[in-house]
Design a protein around this ligand. Sequence first.
Ligand code: MG
Length: 167
Amino acid sequence: MKANFDYRKESIQDILFIDVKSFYATVECVSRNLDPLTTLLVVMSNEDNTGNGLILAASPAAKKKLGITNVTRADNLPDNPNLIKVPPRMSLYIQENMRFNAIFQQYVSDEDLLPYSIDESILDVSHSLNLFYSNKSESRYMKRMRLAHHIQNEVKEKLGLILSIGI
Ligand SMILES: [Mg+2]
């Protein structure tokens, strides 16, 4: 049997899927006044460094320069004197999660914000676009891009966190 859907009649929604890059590691860098893009830092589940811990997060620089991934075991960490190893601070990450979601709430109503995980949120900006960008000659696509960039910049400026946004 052939499905008989007319997709042109589906309503259009503008969804931003937002993910904080290297969330735990970036929060740890920012709280130490270190640049997450140049600092070699890993968040390790085992504070005493017995070698049995798991890497929960690595800063972008640690991923890039040392090839560390989130599945690296602590005992496989490269021997680099500049590599900073820190224990996780979940309450701090939850606090930062509330701060970035509070910024998102400035752009969507509560029912259009879905916090998805500790570092991911989904925003339905369908109703927000015309509110923030009233220029009628500007396409919906452009407005989405502009709003995404705007949110990215604000979070970077206020919290030091870097967002990837899928539109
Ligand atoms: Mg992430």
